[in-house]
Write a protein that binds this ligand. Structure first.
Ligand code: 5GP
Length: 178
């Protein structure tokens, strides 16, 4: 385990097993729809690249990058788009791939923004959810894991751009970020 971590919350084998289950769910709903899969950078990059390789049906892939104003461990929901989508999503089925839903404000902003482009549907596939932290009534259609209200890193998630490459999800020691 990385020395800055208090614990490993989700080991690599559980992540990979859950991804296979999520891929089957996506297949049953999207196999004949060629959805546009939109990953939210940078946190969802690893989750997206693993899950799309488990999908044996046609998909298109795009990315959005946002900057969120808040502290280093809490987003405020005030969001600016730093990289917009390139694919036209008019009349397309869209799946947003997000790393983690905390307050839910970032995701709410993304969904509202994408709906302005008149897609046929927008669904959300998130690896992690902290239900206790929600500040908005957000629906996650495909969820990896519900987790406790702790600050986690690894498998794409960072603190100060570190730890994204850890192959598991871990809880960061409080003294590292306080
Ligand atoms: P929300 O808008 O839902 O409060 O925050 C969502 C974003 O905040 C996530 O996409 C992620 O970038 C960041 N975030 C929220 N909780 C955590 C966490 O526990 N660890 C890390 N590394 N980022 C988090």
């Amino acid at each position: 385990m990385h020395p800055d971590l208090k614990d490993i919350l989700i080991p690599e084998h559980r992540l990979q097993k859950r991804l296979q289950e999520l891929a089957l769910q996506l297949k049953s709903n999207y196999a004949d729809k060629e959805p546009v899969i939109i990953g939210i950078l940078k946190g969802a990059a690893i989750f997206l690249s693993d899950i799309v390789r488990l999908l044996d049906f046609p998909v298109q892939i795009d990315f959005m990058a946002l900057s969120s104003y808040g502290t280093s461990t809490k987003s405020s929901g005030v969001v600016k788009i730093r990289k917009d989508i390139d694919i036209d999503i008019l009349n397309r089925h869209v799946i947003v791939i997000e790393d983690i839903v905390d307050s839910g404000l970032t995701l709410q902003y993304i969904i509202d923004y994408l709906k302005k482009h008149h897609p046929l549907s927008v669904s959300v596939c998130a690896l992690l959810d902290k239900p206790e932290a929600h500040k908005t009534d957000i629906r996650i259609d495909y969820l990896g894991f519900e987790i406790e209200n702790a600050f986690v890193v690894g498998y794409g998630l960072d603190y100060s751009e570190r730890y994204r490459n850890l192959p598991y999800i871990g809880i960061l020691k409080k003294e590292i970020y306080t």
